[in-house]
Design a protein around this ligand. Structure first.
Ligand SMILES: O=C(O)CCC(=O)C(=O)O
Ligand SMILES: [Fe+2]
Length: 225
C-alpha cells in the first residue's frame, strides 16, 4: 500500500485475510480459485491457532506464570491474520528488498516458507543470517507484542526478505495479536526491582507499528517506559 511519496516499496505482493475471530472473516476477499482454497485455509488456520495457543501457554509456563497469562492479555477474540507473501523475480536484488527489515508487530507469527527458494534473513549480533529451508517446517517468530508482554525477556528479532533474479518465492505468515482496543503491557510477575518495566502499556499497537514501519522508524522506541 502506498501511503507517502518517499516511502520505499517492498518487492512483493501480499494478500492479508482475517481468519479469527471467525465472525470477522471477510469471505468476500477469500479467493475461490484454486478450488478448495477456502476449505484449506480454514483447516490450516484452525491447526495453526492450536499451535499458537500451545506456544503462548508454554512460554508462560517457562516464565513460571499461570499458563493463560498471555492468552488472557491478548483477549478471547484476539485477531489472527493469514498473510500470503508473493515475491516475483527481481532483476536488481541489489537495489530492492522483498520485505524491508522489520520486527513482527503481533504476539506470535507462524511462518510457512517456500519449500525451495530461500530469502528470509534474521539479524543476529549486527549480521544478517539466512533462515534455512526445511520443507514443511513451521518457522516460529515472536513479535513486538510478545516482547512488551514478557517485559523484554522474549525478543522480537529483526528480519528481512531478499529477492533474487532466478526464482519467485512464496510464503504464508499467520500472525496473532491482541484485541485492537485492549491495553497490553508487561504481565504481572515480570516487573520487579531487578527488571523494571521496559515499555508503557499500549492500546492498538498495530497502528503505532504500521505508521513507524512506513516511516522507517522503530515502533518500540515510541513506547519505551
Ligand atoms: O516471506 C517470509 O519468509 C517472511 C515474511 C515476513 O517477514 C512477514 O510476513 O512478516
Ligand atoms: Fe515479518
Amino acid at each position: 500500500m502506498i501511503v507517502s511519496e518517499n516511502q520505499v516499496l517492498d518487492w512483493s505482493d501480499r494478500l492479508s485475510l482475517w481468519v479469527f475471530p471467525q465472525d470477522a472473516r471477510n469471505l468476500h476477499f477469500w479467493p475461490q480459485n484454486p478450488t478448495g482454497f477456502r476449505e484449506m485455509l480454514n483447516e490450516y488456520a484452525e491447526k495453526v491457532k492450536f499451535v499458537e495457543q500451545t506456544l503462548y501457554k508454554a512460554i508462560a509456563k517457562s516464565l513460571n506464570l499461570e499458563e493463560n497469562s498471555f492468552l488472557n492479555m491478548i483477549g478471547e477474540r484476539a485477531p489472527v491474520r493469514a498473510r500470503f507473501n508473493f515475491y516475483p523475480r527481481c532483476s536488481r536484488p541489489d537495489l530492492v528488498l522483498g520485505v524491508k527489515p522489520h520486527t513482527d508487530r503481533g504476539g506470535i507469527t507462524i511462518l510457512l516458507q517456500d519449500k525451495e527458494v530461500e530469502g528470509l534473513q534474521v539479524r543476529v549480533d549486527g549480521k544478517w543470517f539466512k533462515v534455512p529451508i526445511i520443507p514443511d517446517a513451521l518457522v516460529i517468530n515472536l513479535g513486538d507484542q510478545m516482547k512488551i508482554m514478557s517485559n523484554g525477556i522474549f525478543k522480537s528479532p529483526l528480519h528481512r526478505v531478499v529477492t533474487n533474479t532466478e526464482k519467485l518465492r512464496i510464503s504464508v505468515a499467520v500472525v496473532s495479536e491482541a484485541v485492537v482496543d485492549k491495553e497490553i503491557g508487561a504481565v504481572e510477575g515480570l516487573v520487579n526491582e531487578e527488571r523494571p518495566r521496559l515499555y508503557n502499556n499500549v492500546k492498538n499497537f498495530g497502528a503505532v507499528a504500521y505508521e513507524s514501519y512506513q516511516n522507517e522508524q522503530i515502533a518500540m522506541d515510541a513506547i519505551k517506559a
